[in-house]
Write a protein that binds this ligand. Sequence first.
Ligand code: GDP
Ligand code: MG
Length: 174
Amino acid sequence: MFRHTNTNHIRLMVVGEPGVGKSALIVKYLTGRFISEYQSDFDWKYSYQTNIDGEQVHMEIIDSLTIDDSHIRWAEGFMMVYDVTNPDSLLKVEQIKQRLDTVRSTKILTMIMVANKTDLEHCRTVAREQADAMAVRLSCGHVDCSACGPETNVRFAFDELCREVALARQHSAK
Ligand code: GDP
Ligand code: MG
């Protein structure tokens, strides 16, 4: 899929309310480890090479404390993270989407919604149906994840977002 695009270079941005686990998800994806207290006082851009569906992909991922307009314009794919134990973080996803739409105006928005902290299912306060309905409204995929534990779906979520970016490129090239 990626070889049909001009480049296998993909720019991603991870967004969501503070504390939802953006940094933990990125670190888990890049290192396979869960770092429980990952302190960062500034935006960080990671560079990562991986193989998706048999093809080499070079990714850059922004972990943002604040959502900067220049970063919104820079990114091709957005991972919108919420925490299943925090209903406000789900509402925040819709607010962020509006902001992204405003900044990007005519450009297509490729995004995926990530329900993080599903290892805390016993503390879940976000109704799955409400989150599913939001994903339908925002026309995006919706993936359950956890940054800790052995089977966390984190790799699937990032890989899936990259596939979506590649698909969007194919469509815009037509
Ligand atoms: P950020 O502000 O969105 O970057 O969130 P962090 O990555 O700093 O995570 C905030 C807090 O949530 C930290 O205490 C993490 O250890 C915790 N956390 C992140 N992801 C998970 C998860 O999947 N499960 C659990 N139980 N805790 C998590
Ligand atoms: Mg962080």
